[in-house]
Design a protein around this ligand. Structure first.
Ligand SMILES: O=P(O)(O)OC[C@H]1O[C@@H](O)[C@H](O)[C@@H](O)[C@@H]1O
Length: 278
């Protein structure tokens, strides 16, 4: 297993950094721009550890919505890098083994393909069922987005029903919280932990320092927005560092049933506009 980050650069200069632990994209710098993914200065990397920052891969279970360890196991395991990718692309795979089957008794392959070009980072997550029976999963690309402007806002989520993830049974909770009225924006740095089902429109992080960042997704039909706020007690988020990021996650929270031999692909695209060099 390697925790050694590698940086791949597109012919136009856009760059991404990734490591095989967790199949994890750690950083992204669009052409002429600044770093857009937050990575904790105290992030830990190694077997059983989840890297705090970048884009953790959540599979086969989102958060505590099932019997598996929180957020599943894909993020804390060693993946294999795929050789021979074009410039600006990094890919890695994870297959089932004895340890994953002890937790989740299915044969699968995950393939994560991250590509940068110009102002975009595109991440595809493919899930292949290598077994003889269907399986169900939930998944997310749990992106930590850099925030520089304390007054940054999130647009595109107003008017949607949001479930409070802190409640024990968020999926069954009939009491929604709201992220503003339709068309309204909300402060990006408010402490918040919500799931938005069927949130398929683009989400904009509007940062007066860095510029706008737009998240779109395919097959990831839901969004999760998380910022732990001050006093979070997270060992790998230094005090005050929570004011430097917001997580906007492309998620699939309604389980996918994947037949034997089939492949599901989810895509998340981040577009920085305009690009600002700092
Ligand atoms: O600390 P973890 O396991 O990486 O989880 C971080 C957060 O991830 C988010 O996706 C969840 O909605 C939050 O509830 C959770 O706290």
């Amino acid at each position: 297993m390697s925790c050694t980050p590698v940086t791949v650069t597109a012919p136009d200069g856009a760059a991404l950094t990734a490591c095989t632990h967790g199949g994890h994209v750690l950083g992204w710098v669009p052409v002429g721009g600044a770093q857009r993914l937050w990575l904790s200065p105290t992030a830990e990397c190694g077997p059983g550890r989840a890297i705090r920052g970048g884009v953790p891969v959540i599979f086969p279970q989102f958060a505590g919505r099932g019997p598996l360890p929180k957020h599943g196991f894909a993020r804390d395991r060693a993946w294999q890098r795929v050789d021979g990718c074009p410039a600006g692309t990094w890919a890695a795979t994870l297959r089932d083994d004895e340890q994953t089957r002890a937790l989740w008794p299915y044969a699968f392959e995950l393939r994560l393909t991250a590509t940068v070009a110009a102002q975009e980072l595109t991440i595809d997550l493919e899930v292949r069922n290598d077994g003889a029976q269907p399986f169900e999963f939930t998944a997310a690309l749990h992106g930590y987005l850099v925030v520089r402007d304390p007054h940054a806002e999130l647009a595109g989520l107003g008017g949607l029903h949001a479930q409070d993830n802190a409640r024990p049974e968020p999926a069954d909770d009939g009491d929604p919280v709201w992220l503003g009225a339709p068309g309204e924006s909300v402060p990006a740095l408010q402490p918040r932990d919500v799931s938005l089902l069927g949130a398929t429109d683009p989400v904009d992080l509007v940062d007066g320092t860095l510029g706008r960042l737009t998240l779109t997704a395919e097959a990831f039909t839901d969004r999760v927005v998380w910022n732990p706020g001050p006093g979070h007690g997270l060992a790998d988020v230094p005090a005050g560092a929570e004011a430097g990021f917001v997580c906007v996650e492309a998620a699939r929270l309604t389980p996918v049933t994947l037949p034997a031999g089939a492949t599901w692909t989810g895509r998340q695209t981040l577009r920085a506009e305009p690009s600002v060099a700092l």
